[in-house]
Design a binder for this molecule. Structure first.
Ligand SMILES: Nc1ncnc2c1ncn2[C@@H]1O[C@H](COP(=O)(O)OP(=O)(O)OP(=O)(O)O)[C@@H](O)[C@H]1O
Length: 257
């Protein structure tokens, strides 16, 4: 299988600190890959390196066989890499529907002329945006909040808005940084269902960082364990769950079952 996203021997230093070392990753079309590891292991740095927030000190990253090292974050996003953030990155003064509609605009092709004169082309595209936005609101169970400011929503719903916004850009690979952080156990179960549905409906590949083992084990086909910037183990969930190195890395911190 040709990978959609491929990372080869990526290393990154912050000054004298080696945060990521010799990191490799392959995400195939429609695959869900998880990245786990203790606090400070380098997981978010891996995300930031691939999505263009930082440029790796060494290594090669390709999306559909095209180099993406050195591109701006927005250029990488336009090539099909959508993401959410560990600390929510939402617009405080915008309502939920507008968040999702806004994200669609990068893909529209009508001109200022079309917009000014409200041409048929403009109206057709706007109607499509509205239709897609409502489809996402429904899928992410936030339709009931469409007119509310995001900041007025419960935390779990805000996370779903961020995810729906990322999906509105129609990504080929979706990066989720701790999608269940701060969620209640019920919200976690709901999130598992939503991600399964999104994965099935859109056929999008997913790469996610998560601390909640239930979530990772249920959703991911392949899991990498990062410790001090290096992958110490990787494989299918059942293998990772029983790997002594992984158990040791998490010892006393998390029940892996
Ligand atoms: N911008 C930065 N400048 C300097 N050091 C950084 C920077 N970002 C991260 N680090 C350091 O790199 C290491 C990896 O951090 P990172 O945030 O990637 O870990 P993490 O696995 O995502 O942790 P957590 O689970 O707590 O979010 C840590 O030692 C961190 O202090």
């Amino acid at each position: 299988m040709t990978p959609l996203l491929h990372v080869d021997k990526m290393t990154h230093y912050f000054g004298g600190l080696r945060a990521v070392h010799n990191y490799n990753l392959s995400v195939g079309p429609n695959q869900i890959v998880g990245l786990i590891g203790p606090n400070g292991a380098g997981k978010t740095t891996v995300f930031n390196l691939i999505t263009g927030v930082y440029t790796p000190t060494e290594g090669r990253i390709t999306l559909e066989n095209e180099n993406i090292v050195g591109l701006e974050t927005n250029e990488i996003a336009a090539k099909g890499l959508g993401r959410t953030f560990q600390n929510l990155a939402l617009w405080r003064h915008m309502n939920v529907l507008d968040h999702i509609k806004m994200a669609h605009y990068s893909q529209l092709s009508y001109s200022l002329f079309d917009s000014f004169f409200n041409t048929g082309r403009c109206r057709r595209q706007e109607a499509k945006v509205e239709e897609n936005a409502y489809r996402l609101l429904e899928l992410f169970d936030i339709k009931q909040h469409a007119d509310q400011l995001v900041t007025s929503l419960p935390y779990g719903a805000q996370r779903r808005v961020e995810m729906a916004r990322a999906m509105a850009t129609n990504p080929k690979v979706l990066f989720l940084d701790e999608p269940t952080a701060g969620m209640t156990p019920d919200e976690l179960i709901q999130m598992i269902k939503i991600i399964r549905q999104v994965h099935q409906d859109f056929g999008v590949a997913i790469f996610l960082i998560e601390h909640r083992m239930k979530f990772v084990m249920e959703l991911c086909q392949h899991i990498q364990t990062l410790v001090f910037g290096e992958v110490i183990a990787q494989g299918p969930p059942e293998e990772i769950q029983n790997n002594p190195k992984v158990i040791e890395a998490y010892l006393g911190k998390e029940d892996l079952t």
